[in-house]
Ligand binder design. Structure first.
Ligand code: AMP
Ligand code: MG
Length: 495
């Protein structure tokens, strides 16, 4: 199939989006380009050599076939309902159809004001663009469902925040940008029939069974399919964040994508030392979105979605409420199952049962009490299990305290009770315990350098992030935990 743009969401009608040509910028310059993603998409344009591509991705000259729009949504922000948000600093160029027939939104983030800017300038400083590029691409290579970054482009124009900063635009690619907040807008703010059209659209785009007759078609209402699918997506996604020590930072309902991809890298960070209360966002003073709260918050976001869908779930209000409640109540068990599966793989166990609860708990207690680096502790176990400690850089990176050594004796004897193939379990450990994550002090360094238009080290970081489960020469710099004075404990979404 020939790749190109389509506009199925725009065809839903004017209630859903507003035409929005991006606003030209004075001096666009390419910062980062993701050729690997371009290849996956079948995107043949290349802004490194083609000025028209650069102009298009800066919002200066539309590509043929694009019909840029800004979409409307609502959302609970830190628990407060905001009846209308929307793409305030993002323009959706359209849906890119790949040669394999997959459909991806392509959006320019920071491309100027829209109908939903609410007084904002619609722009982005370079810092958040670089953070999103590096962290979202690292999440992808770590295997986490996420929006992707195709390009980062400097605008040549200043943006005014706490200080004057250089502006930039990110080309963001997502399975779609439809959120819990999109459903909320039509169910809670507008009311009427549009929510049903939206639900049909989302189910058709994301949750259609691969083969006709594969179950449920015609048996189950789209709203039920949607709620069940999102329940599974959120449970799996939250479990994945937890086992990587990823702290999203702003899990508002407008930042919870129905397709189950991670979105909005504004204030996010990976934790270095293990701290269940880890919370980096400068605006999250209560720690609402701290690491340990993420699974519960995604459950809450799911409950908000359920409430919006009630009238579509069953004609009888009481039956509908009961059905929705049953689905929402399944989330904790689903989360737990995914989380236990990941943890078992990370600890080199073929499964985790209730009898392992004390072992797992004491492991986390030791990491917290000794402020051990989350990523390196799991990797230390991996090298121990693989008898590869001395052949890895870990002895230079990590000192196991006595408490962890003692715990490891118990862990090794528990591992002797594994019944699975030991070689397969050890390979699997190496494929779920990264050596490299985009540590916050490195992201910060990348931002500082790119503000000075120094991109070489930033590109090296992006390149190194592509192989997060192996050791490479020169890894000490990328893998080591920050010294106390290097720790970056606050992130600013910089909107
Ligand atoms: P976020 O915190 O990135 O999830 O954004 C929340 C809302 O504020 C979204 O509707 C954004 O589009 C909007 N917004 C954020 N920054 C800007 C900006 N610089 N100009 C206009 N709207 C913005
Ligand atoms: Mg957002």
């Amino acid at each position: 199939m020939t790749p190109g743009f389509d506009h199925s969401y725009a065809r839903l009608g004017p209630a859903f989006s507003t035409p929005q040509p991006p606003d030209p910028v004075s001096a666009p310059a390419l910062l980062l380009w993701n050729q690997a993603l371009a290849d996956t998409l079948g995107w043949s344009g290349d802004p490194q050599s083609d000025p028209q591509q650069l102009a298009a991705l800066a919002g200066n000259q539309p590509l043929p076939e694009t019909e840029p729009i800004a979409t409307v949504y609502a959302g609970h922000q830190f628990g407060q309902y905001n009846p209308q948000l929307g793409d305030g600093r993002a323009t959706l160029l359209g849906e890119w159809l790949t040669p394999a027939g997959a459909r991806f939104d392509v959006q320019l983030k920071g491309a100027g004001p829209t109908a939903y800017s609410r007084g904002g300038d619609g722009r982005s400083p370079i810092g958040p663009v670089i953070r999103e590029y590096l962290v979202s691409e690292a999440m992808h290579t770590l295997g986490v469902p996420t929006t992707r970054a195709l390009a980062a482009i400097a605008t040549g124009e200043p943006v005014i925040r706490n200080q004057i900063e250089p502006g930039a635009i990110l080309t963001r690619v997502a399975s779609s940008h439809l959120r819990v907040g999109t459903v909320q807008y039509f169910a809670m703010t507008r009311g009427g029939d549009e929510v049903a059209s939206l639900v049909d659209y989302v189910v058709d785009r994301h949750f259609k069974p691969p083969h006709e007759g594969d179950a449920k078609v015609g048996e189950e209402r789209p709203a039920v399919t949607l709620l069940e699918s999102v329940c599974e997506n959120f449970a799996r996604l939250a479990a994945h964040w937890q086992v990587l020590g990823f702290v999203h930072g702003v899990l508002n309902t407008d930042n919870a994508l129905l397709c189950g991809e991670t979105i909005d890298y504004g204030p996010c960070a990976f934790m270095d030392h293990f701290d269940p209360k880890a919370c980096f966002s400068s605006i999250d003073r209560q720690g609402r979105y701290a690491w340990s709260n993420q699974p519960g918050i995604m459950h809450w976001n799911l409950a908000v979605l359920a409430e919006c869908l009630l009238p579509l779930i069953n004609d009888n209000a009481e039956t509908g409420t009961q059905m929705a409640q049953e689905i929402v109540d399944r989330y904790p068990a689903r989360f737990h199952a995914h989380h236990q599966r990941w943890l078992a793989a990370k600890l080199g166990l073929d499964n985790i049962t209730e009898s392992d609860a004390a072992l797992v708990q004491s492991f986390h207690d030791i990491m917290a009490a000794e402020t051990l680096d989350f990523t390196l502790t799991f990797r230390w176990l991996t090298e121990m299990a693989n008898n590869s400690l001395e052949h890895s850089p870990l002895p230079e990176l990590f000192n196991a305290p006595t408490a962890l050594m003692d715990w490891a004796d118990t862990w090794q004897s528990r591992r002797r009770a594994n019944t699975g193939d030991p070689a397969a379990i050890e390979i699997s450990m190496r494929s779920v315990n990264p050596t490299i994550i985009p540590r916050n002090h490195l992201v910060q360094k990348a931002i500082k350098l790119s503000e000075k238009n120094d991109l070489d080290w930033v590109k090296a970081m992006a390149t190194r992030s592509q192989h997060p489960f192996e050791w490479q020469s020169g890894d000490i710099e990328w893998a080591r935990a920050p010294e106390l004075e290097e720790r970056v404990t606050r992130t600013f979404c910089g909107t």
